[in-house]
Ligand binder design. Sequence first.
Ligand code: COA
Length: 371
Amino acid sequence: MVKAGLEDIVATDSTICFLDGKEGRLLYQGYDIHDLAEHSTFEEVVYLLWFGRLPNKGELETINRELRVNRRLPDDVVKMMKQMPKKALPMEVLRTVVSMLSMYDPDGDDHGREAAIRKATRLTAQMPTIVAYWDNIRNDKEVLAPLEDCNLAANFLYMLNHKKPDEVSTRSLDIALILHADHELNASTFAARVAAGTETDLHSAVTAAIGTLKGPLHGGANQEVIKMLLKISEPKDAEMFIKKQLDEHKKIMGFGHRVYRTDDPRASHLRKMSEELGKRMGDTKWFEMSRTIEETVFREKHLYANVDFYSASVYYMLGIPVDLFTPIFAMSRMSGWAAHILEQLANNRLIRPRAEYVGPTNAKYESVEKR
Ligand SMILES: CC(C)(COP(=O)(O)OP(=O)(O)OC[C@H]1O[C@@H](n2cnc3c(N)ncnc32)[C@H](O)[C@@H]1OP(=O)(O)O)[C@@H](O)C(=O)NCCC(=O)NCCS
């Protein structure tokens, strides 16, 4: 029998992301995630993932400019968003609008590398607009034209909240975007590569990836984490809640990982951010509760927190609505999906694995009356 979930199967060579689950190391194109989280910007990381090296000054200026001037959505798309049911989940809207944007893309059915980079640039710039606009539209608020004088994180918070964010909020989100940008052959990236391998268009591959990220075992976990924290409500009740969940054989969202057998290197930054944001707000309740949960899960199950665990309290403290947590993950992971799509296309062969057939081989058809 094949090991379920393709565990430990190496499906491709790649230079984009190195992931050492035993040592807890994560590198983008050879650069340590800790170095990038401390010194880099999301825009610089986008360039690094797509082009395999850090940009020089001119190249950084160009990608910054391209990611700023491409933020607008076509008027028809905004009109269509206004027709969508108000109860639609932000991830449903994001998946649908990204798919819709392929019909408006100036590069049309040009699927060459240069066109794919331009399409990826436009989608990376537009996804925050889609997410912020949807939150505005469903709350009967007007939508604001994107700014062009600030980075992606600041513009997103501005469009979402209708006011310019402070520096700490902007940098916190910028770091969160860096940390979520890529993670080797996770489920959504694999979905993107499988789609790209058929030589379909970039929008289709990204649409497949968004649909895959939406699941609670993948990107949807951060929303489940905050729902759990809100349900627990007080740090003193956290330990008992978790023990009860584990006694009932329920999974604790934000814990465990297919690859990491030690601390997720992304979680350490988010843990720190959660604590700092809490202190700044004069309310460390969510951080304290998270720490208690982390200690309890480790003691009881020897499981480590993953990227989704602390990103939940960070986004919550930044005032971001709960169901936008996974779309924010998508806004960032767009950069990694595009990097993998470009890598797939550079040396493409259709991805078509086999299944070990374990079913019957001599079934005889009987008419419906006899069954
Ligand atoms: C991430 C995840 C899907 C990895 O799954 P996987 O590699 O298929 O591992 P499994 O689900 O088979 O788990 C292996 C064992 O650890 C346990 N386990 C894994 N994650 C757990 C969690 N979050 N809470 C409690 N137990 C957990 C499983 O119950 C299983 O125990 P068993 O062998 O006694 O049955 C899984 O850890 C999970 O569901 N985590 C919660 C969702 C989440 O945070 N996802 C975001 C990932 S970044």
